[in-house]
Design a protein around this ligand. Structure first.
Ligand SMILES: NC(=O)c1ccc[n+]([C@@H]2O[C@H](COP(=O)([O-])OP(=O)(O)OC[C@H]3O[C@@H](n4cnc5c(N)ncnc54)[C@H](O)[C@@H]3O)[C@@H](O)[C@H]2O)c1
Length: 317
């Protein structure tokens, strides 16, 4: 498969899904977005106008999914309860959305003969394995309900491949950042929160001592990975890391953002959060060799572009 005529993006009004919907529209695909707006926003895709069909609804609605999956070459499954913290507070709810919802998506896809499903998984499945970088061959060690649910989604994807011949690709995103990451949620990604604080001239909170590491990957590179996963024959049935292969410590991240925002506010330190992992960096050898994925956005430049976006859009949130 090389071109995508028709695509469904679940969670397409969210941060990553909206970038994906935009990229698909720009390359000429017919795009439908399904989103219940629990953490997504209409304004994330408002600029796409009629280029994208928006359907407000829930991925747990089997009838709706059946209708929307019909005729799609590719379904990009991004919708989820994305917060580790919320999954710790209410594991039943996140299980319903992340597990049952994912099964509903896969089931609608196999019933409608969808060519391929590209699923958003997470580096959270590796948990606190001290071995670095994290490679797909390592045994998963999920530490939170969210991580268990993402891993379960991967297993369902593999089972649907074996049982029904449905082609699936699971992408284990590391820490994604970029424009449109919701800064209004306390559970949002650390970069969006640091940016909001920097722009507002307020001190950020760092959980733990700040020496924990993360592999931050630009949403533009995550879109690239999704498009490769959707179109490359070699991707079918595989699970890939999506990161940069580099890490940064959280206190150094704040230093860079402070420099870019011309602020030297000292962070406030708070106890580590339940379910948070200490060290994280990806091995991207598999996706690079199998799909030709190369992260193109260098961190400092990506942060500068993202900060520009927060400066001009913060009043919208
Ligand atoms: N942002 C990251 O760093 C990161 C890292 C690893 C994995 N992921 C995964 O990437 C995907 C996208 O995350 P994001 O960062 O864009 O978050 P997001 O919250 O911006 O996007 C998720 C979207 O799903 C929608 N949604 C939630 N429950 C739904 C339901 N029941 N029915 C329909 N829509 C529903 C939300 O309204 C939202 O628009 C998620 O699956 C997440 O687990 C994200």
């Amino acid at each position: 498969m090389t071109t995508i005529q028709r695509a469904l993006v679940t969670g397409g009004a969210g941060f990553i899904g909206s970038h994906l919907a935009e990229a698909l529209m720009k390359q000429g695909s017919r795009v439908t977005v399904l989103d219940n707006l629990s953490t997504g926003h209409r304004h994330n895709i408002a600029h796409l106008g009629d280029g994208v069909e928006f359907v407000e609804g829930d991925i747990r609605d089997a009838g709706l999914l059946n209708r929307l999956a019909e005729g799609c070459d590719v379904v990009f499954h991004q919708a989820a309860v994305v917060s580790v913290t919320l999954s710790v507070q209410d594991p039943s709810h996140s299980c319903e959305v992340n597990d049952l919802g994912t099964v509903r998506v896969l089931d609608a896809c196999r019933r409608n003969g969808v060519g391929r499903v590209v699923m958003a998984s997470s580096s959270a499945v590796y948990g606190d394995d001290p071995q670095l970088p994290k490679a797909e061959s390592m045994p998963p060690r999920p530490m939170s309900p969210y991580a268990v649910q993402k891993l379960t989604g991967e297993f369902y994807a593999a089972a649907f491949g074996g049982l029904y011949g449905l082609e699936t690709v699971c992408l284990r995103y590391f820490n994604v950042y970029g424009p449109r990451q919701d800064p209004s949620s306390p559970y949002s990604g650390v970069i969006s929160i640091f940016m909001t604080k920097a722009v507002a001239g307020q001190a950020p909170t760092i959980y733990g001592d700040g020496s924990q590491s993360r592999d931050f990957v630009s949403v533009r590179d995550v879109v690239q990975a999704n498009l490769l996963a959707a179109t490359q024959t070699a991707a079918a049935g595989r699970v890939f890391n999506v990161g940069t292969g580099h890490f940064i410590r959280i206190h150094d991240l704040w230093t860079i953002i402070g420099e870019l925002a011309h602020t030297n506010l000292e962070p406030v330190f708070a106890p580590p959060r339940a379910g948070d992992i200490r060290e994280s960096v990806s091995d991207i050898g598999e996706i690079s060799s199998a799909l030709g994925f190369r992260p193109r956005v260098e961190l400092r430049q990506g942060l500068a572009d993202t900060l520009d976006w927060y400066r001009s859009n913060l009043s919208l949130e």
